[in-house]
Design a protein. Structure first.
Length: 148
């Protein structure tokens, strides 16, 4: 019995299937990143929920949100997606990793992270949203008056 010859090229159907599979994963990654990017806003909304609800309802909503956020984070890790930029942290501005949230005349030296960014290895998938940190003005020097 003769063995079928192996060709160096993949059949067109396999190449198309691979391309569609990669495109599907890319779309799933974009949706995952969008959900993760909204997590801080939803977390803040959960903190405000207590005003209109009973304590039990608030606890249940927070617990549900925590489980969902943990599932999203675990899925992102399995896909090789990592977040960068801790909310509230100060960082040196990097235009490849940061998206300034307000119009500025020139790029700031330091920024404050408003929402995390996401990357797979060295590839940035979503930039961290940041705000410029205004440099502190030096306090006026007070001169001691000499007494004679």
């Amino acid at each position: 019995m003769k063995k079928p010859k192996k060709h160096g090229k993949k059949p067109a159907a396999d190449t198309l299937t691979d391309a569609l599979g990669k495109a599907g994963w890319a779309e799933a990654d974009r949706a995952l990143i969008a959900a993760l990017a909204e997590a801080p806003a939803l977390d803040a909304a959960m903190a405000q929920l207590g005003v209109a609800r009973t304590a039990a309802a608030v606890r249940q909503a927070r617990d549900s949100w925590t489980m969902l956020a943990q599932g999203l984070a675990a899925t992102a890790r399995r896909r090789g997606i990592e977040s960068f930029g801790e909310i509230g942290a100060s960082d040196s501005y990097d235009p490849k990793r940061h998206l300034i949230d307000a119009p500025v005349a020139r790029a700031p030296a330091k920024v404050r992270v408003l929402a995390p960014g996401f990357a797979r290895g060295d590839t940035v998938l979503a930039k961290a949203r940041v705000a410029p940190v205004r440099p502190r003005k030096a306090a006026p020097k007070t001169q001691a008056k000499s007494r004679r």
